[in-house]
Design a protein around this ligand. Sequence first.
Ligand SMILES: [Zn+2]
Length: 289
Amino acid sequence: MIVDCHAHFEPRMLDLDGVVRKIDAAGVDRVVLIPAMNDLLPSTPELLLKTVRTLMKRAATRPLAEAIHRATLDRNGNLHYGGQTTVIYPLPDNGAVAEVLRARPDRFWGWIFLNPKADPDVLGTLERWRQEPGFVGVKLHPHWHDYRTELLDPILRRCEELGLPALIHLGFGARGDFRSMAARYPKLTIIAAHAGFPFYRDLWRYRSAYPNLHVDLSSPYIDERLAREAVAAMGPERCLYGTDAPYGFEGPDESYDYEAIKGWIARLPVPAKKKDGIFGERFLELLGR
Ligand SMILES: [Zn+2]
């Protein structure tokens, strides 16, 4: 069973029928959708992505990547680059994903998007949406929602109690304190998005210290080489297939290319059984399914 554990529901780029057509063609059984958190982004030049990836790989140059990131955030918390402002939604619409889960429970699950900085009743929001069948965990984005991870304490405590995994797009510094989260909630499944962006190997080296820490292998925030390094460092059982669709990896039809990241995993130098784990079996175990 192939499960894409990190994709965005963004019907302005790829509507529901489009997603189903794509995953049918790619042989992906299920997708776990994240509610849209932003207006459509200008496309990021590959050279810029590559430069930022390189800067983030080392602790010494990571502050430069952070400075570039901070320079793209305006006073209202929106992104500003490429001569364009992209609005970041403080409260992404979980209802839009809930509708998909009702329409196609056979192909989709969902992440409940929470933002402790903008939601005075964030635990109430969690309780409300977790009643909806098909929501399997929470998505947190301290990077773009721009808050310190200590704000997440009540949410992480509740997720640990409920056995819900947390998918976290870590930010820089105190916005990405994965060590304190993993240590304080040892029974919580933490999935660091994009191979542990922006820390990469500085997160992977805590593999043994924090058995609850996992990474997904999604998005052009990483490349095939970084995905390989992540699997070698974390071990295949701590790495999960994800795409970040519909962002990045444009195919010949000018829409999302579902084969790109699948190819990275198919070409990994690990036994087929381990690949099956990455492709979805491990994620199902983490969900207790
Ligand atoms: Zn994403």
